[in-house]
Design a binder for this molecule. Structure first.
Ligand SMILES: [Zn+2]
Length: 199
């Protein structure tokens, strides 16, 4: 069995989808990569700043609210002050945090790195992602293998594509690394048998 690995590379973090007062509609707010910090003697607040993609209005996603300044290590606090890129990405990719902040989570932009699957050989396919995301596993598979919806569903039905730990491949999203077995792929529709009637 050949082994193929796809790495999902995130080009953008997921947009926060929320109502923009200035645009008077729901828009996508994109992460600016900048933190806002409000430090008083007793309390510390930290937000990650998002901007409406249409009008640049800002929205602050709460990371810490009224915590004791002593509860954060000084070097981490420095990273917040310096808008450390890795730290901003860590929070921007945290879909659970976004949901707690009351916004809808959009889809991140991504690339699928890795070779394609050769349907003539049984294959163990690993899909790796550094973050859980809202991307549908079915979309990734169909996009990379260039499959129509019906071809993909047929492969699931006849068991020529299946997850090793029982994921529902029609619905599941990329929560963790996924391992799939792909074998016995027969996509070509068999020609109909014609009855040649001789009258
Ligand atoms: Zn707006």
């Amino acid at each position: 069995m050949q082994k193929v690995t796809w790495d999902i590379q995130y080009i953008s973090s997921p947009p926060a989808i929320k109502y923009c007062k200035k645009c008077s509609k729901k828009t996508e707010y994109l992460c600016s990569g900048l933190f806002r910090i409000n430090a008083q003697r007793k309390y510390l607040d930290i937000w990650l700043i998002y901007k409406c993609s249409d009008c640049d209005s800002t929205w602050n996603m709460t990371i810490y609210s009224r915590i004791s300044p002593k509860s954060i290590a000084p070097e981490i606090l420095d990273e917040f002050h310096n808008n450390n890129e890795e730290l901003a990405k860590k929070y921007a990719m945290d879909t659970e945090l976004m949901r707690k902040n009351g916004v809808e989570v959009g889809l991140p932009k991504y690339k699928i790195l890795g070779t394609n699957v050769n349907f003539n050989t049984p294959t163990e396919l690993h899909i790796k992602s550094s973050y859980p995301s809202r991307l549908k596993v079915s979309s990734l598979l169909r996009e990379k293998m260039n499959l129509s919806q019906s071809d993909f569903e047929q492969m699931i039905t006849i068991g020529s594509i299946r997850s090793t730990n029982g994921l529902d491949l029609k619905k599941c999203r990329l929560q963790a690394d996924v391992i799939l077995i792909i074998e016995n792929v027969q996509l070509k529709v068999k020609p109909l048998l014609h009855n040649h009637c001789k009258n």
